[in-house]
Design a binder for this molecule. Structure first.
Ligand code: ATP
Ligand code: MG
Length: 772
């Protein structure tokens, strides 16, 4: 076994060797918090603590897996296998399976993903005849989620006039009714959503003292990574479990708290000292991840936040390169710059694709970047988009499997009852639902007796036969599940249900890829079967598979052996590190997001997000912003983000955009891109103006003067405010003075005398001048 302490600095050693009693490590990014947790677990096992008694909660299941592997390497042997490690959701889903009956749920309860939840909410809104413009399903779900995460049950809601009043004042007086119907519906379907996994765990631990005692006794050593992003519900679970032995260690960084919008509560850090007055608090200050320039730049930005705990993060790493700031003319230009830079770093420094991450504020930004990477044949992976398991064909097949395991799962049942089409129309389905409601039964109970009940529900004989056939087929799959492994059953379902046949009828490329996706799902089931030989055959194993899928985050599929550039939102990048990081879209109203400009607290959360983004970089960071961007179907103007201005200029290398790009385009790397990038505002490479410009280099412009400059002609806007005698700045021609203006406002042209370029006549609609 390795000397654990050899890889740690003095303070880290202290944290790792403090194993009894409450401990909180609040420290800056890259200071080794996660490493300390990992080593601490190894140390506990080394000291003779049974791994069965250790619980570690991480941000992703992949992080947990990696920690386990690391621990195995550190201590050798197989001890680490028994560790309970994973996200709050996956750990407590597992506990709830064992305890669900106490809470009135079947142990094979389904876990609803967001789409399932939204479908349920939509139906309820529809039934209550509410306006979906006022009751936007996603927002309603967000509201319900925040109630659940604050342990406000339906009953607590209706007992709290303030909450009712708040929703009424927000013109949504029926939220409580939707909430109630939603909870009832999930309960009847034997389904829990993500928030329920925490809420119901809290319920279990409060209502059943013997369960609390059991898990307190089991989890004698509890550790939580990324503690700053726990919500109230998670806080209470940890507090309840730890209250007996108080061997609790939490690590986090208040400066990286970025999930307030999902209910994360920074007070959890402050409460720690109150809950455990004897808690030991260990700060870590040395950053091992990033260059000095990156650490200093990150510190400068976060220092602007008022709400934060005092920290002094420093590093002994080399000072590293300045951070290039690229001012792009459009989102396409920005994307091409990033792709070109990756291309050239791969050439000049033998970097691999997987050494790069491109981080953005919103998922929509990935599209332009993907296109640019594709053009350069750079392979990449987008995290957090529509995941494999959310594709329609995959959800369809999974819905069959869900019904086999839990026939009460109404969402799944409604999804497949007439897919592939078998002549069971909406009217029939409605009759079933109404009948089930009237008789206080679930849909599967009605289907069990459809031949008896069908007539009284107003369903005609041929349709009753169709329903009976469908249900017999489902039953036959369930029987099969008792003897065959889940791969065989899923295969049988795909064939017998007609899913494969239906998909194969479509021989367009999309159709073919759907069939391939089904094949892929079947392959993963086969892989699962191979891995799970120790598990029982049949539905418990299928249930486990479905649970893994429901709780899998896209990040869990990150594979170190896959040589791909990572594209993700900053929220997902938490805890990760990459040699080279591009932070793109650094524009006001995008990052910081427009929605966050109302309050100081919201802006501070955006700033923390920026801090998280920048501190992911090990060797080099890049900033880019675009002066125009295609958003919401139109071109919008962008100003550089305030975060750029919060960094001292000595840490930045401000690039002159158009020239970098002109040269790059002319070096032959991507000359074909030029026309797309600049059209229609800029000349094509055959254009004489462009030829003349080739090879010219302008001195870098001061970022602040650019951001302060007023736009003369916002795209699509008016240019009327441009006057003779005004000084203007043009992206490529530089500074000039307006000599004359002619033509109607729509097609006005101005003669401008540029300092370095002489006279130019420009069509103002396209020229994009800034008035100085
Ligand atoms: P974040 O706040 O981003 O989650 P963190 O505080 O959890 O960061 P780690 O990810 O644990 O930091 O560590 C950052 C990097 O520094 C990792 O690559 C880790 O291996 C390395 N590191 C941490 N401590 C040491 C050390 N004592 N010696 C060498 N490398 C270290
Ligand atoms: Mg970490």
């Amino acid at each position: 076994m390795k000397d654990l302490f050899a890889d740690l600095n003095e303070v880290q050693k202290q944290a790792v060797s403090t194993i009894e009693g409450p401990l909180m490590i609040i420290a800056g990014a890259g200071s080794g918090k996660t490493r300390v947790l990992t080593y601490r677990i190894a140390h506990l096992i080394d000291k003779g603590v049974d791994s069965f008694n250790i619980l570690a909660l991480t941000f992703t299941n992949k992080a947990a897996r990696e920690m386990k592997e690391r621990i195995s390497l550190l201590i050798g042997g197989t001890e680490a296998k028994n560790l309970w490690m994973g996200t709050f959701h996956s750990v407590f889903a597992r506990i709830l399976r064992a305890e669900a009956i106490k809470l009135g749920f079947p142990s094979n309860f389904t876990i609803y993903d967001q789409q399932d939840c939204i479908n349920v909410i939509k139906k309820i809104i529809n039934e209550l005849q509410l306006d979906t413009d006022i009751y936007k399903p996603k927002q309603v779900l967000g509201r319900i989620s925040s109630y659940k995460n604050n342990l406000i049950t339906v009953r607590a809601y209706f007992n709290n006039p303030e909450l009712i009043q708040a929703d009424t004042a927000a013109m949504r007086p029926k939220i409580g009714n939707i909430y109630q119907a939603y909870v009832e519906r999930c309960f009847k379907s034997g389904a829990m959503d993500f928030d329920d996994l925490l809420l119901r765990t809290n319920e279990l631990l409060t209502r059943f003292p013997e369960s609390l005692a059991k898990y307190q006794d089991r989890f004698r050593y509890i550790m939580v990574d990324e503690y700053q992003d726990t919500n109230h519900s998670q806080y209470l679970i940890v507090k309840a479990l730890a209250s007996r032995f108080e061997n609790i260690c939490v690590v986090g960084d208040d400066a990286q708290s970025i999930y307030a919008f999902r209910g994360a509560n920074i007070k959890n850090i402050l409460n720690f000292k109150k809950d455990y007055p004897d808690a030991k608090i260990i700060p870590l200050e040395q950053n091992y991840r990033s260059t000095q320039i990156i650490v200093e730049a990150a510190n400068e930005v976060i220092a602007k936040n008022r709400d934060q705990l005092e920290k002094n993060v420093w590093t002994q790493n080399p000072s590293g390169d300045k951070i290039p700031v690229y001012r792009a003319l459009s989102d396409a230009d920005e994307a091409n710059y990033v792709a070109s830079e990756i291309f050239s770093l791969k050439m000049s420094q033998q970097k691999k694709n997987k050494n790069f991450a491109i981080l953005y504020r919103t998922n929509a930004q990935s599209r332009a970047i993907e296109e640019a990477l594709r053009k350069k044949n750079i392979s990449y992976k987008v995290f957090g988009g529509l995941s494999f398991y959310q594709r329609k064909e995959i959800k369809d097949l999974l819905a069959y499997l869900r019904v086999l395991v839990n026939p009460k799962d109404q969402e799944a049942l409604l999804r497949i009852i007439n897919y592939p089409a078998r002549g069971i129309g909406d009217t029939t389905v409605n009759k079933l639902i109404v009948g089930a409601d009237q008789q206080q039964k679930s849909l599967d109970e009605i289907l069990n007796q459809i031949e008896l009940l069908g007539n009284s529900l107003g369903i005609n004989k041929p349709t009753i036969d169709k329903l009976a056939n469908f249900w017999t087929m489902i039953k036959s799959f369930q029987v099969l599940l008792k003897t065959e492994n889940v791969y065989e059953v899923a295969m049988k379902v795909a064939v017998t249900s007609g899913i494969l046949k239906t998909l194969k009828e479509d021989d367009t490329p999309e159709g073919i890829s759907r069939v391939e996706n089904i094949q892929e799902l079947l392959n993963s089931l086969q892989g699962f079967v191979d891995e799970q030989t120790q598990l029982d055959e049949g539905d418990s194993s299928l249930n486990f598979f479905l649970e893994n899928i429901a709780l899998a985050s896209d990040l869990d599929s990150r594979d170190e052996h896959d040589d791909k550039v990572s594209l993700m939102t900053i929220h997902l990048a938490k805890g990760l590190e990459f040699p080279v990081v591009f932070i793109v879209g650094l524009e006001e109203n995008l990052f910081p997001s427009q929605m966050s400009l109302n309050t100081r607290q919201e802006l501070e959360e955006e700033r923390r997000l920026f801090y998280v983004a920048l501190t992911r970089a090990q060797e080099k960071a890049y900033f880019t912003y675009a002066t125009t961007r295609f958003r919401w179907g139109k071109i919008v103007e962008g100003e550089p983000s305030r975060f750029l201005e919060e960094i001292c200029e000595k840490h930045l290398e401000i690039l002159n955009i158009s020239f970098t790009n002109t040269i790059r385009n002319h070096s032959g790397l991507n000359s074909d891109l030029f026309a797309d990038d600049f059209a229609p505002r800029y000349p094509k490479s055959s254009d004489p103006v462009y030829k003349k410009l080739k090879g010219q280099i302008k001195p870098p412009q001061n970022l602040k003067s650019i951001s302060n400059a007023k736009l003369a002609n916002p795209v699509g806007g008016s240019v009327a405010n441009l006057k003779i005698g005004d000084y203007v700045l043009h992206d490529r021609f530089g500074k000039g003075k307006v000599v004359s203006i002619e033509g109607d406002p729509e097609n006005a042209k101005a003669l401008i005398n540029f300092e370095n370029e002489g006279d130019k006549k420009l069509l103002l609609k396209f020229a994009k001048l800034k008035v100085l």
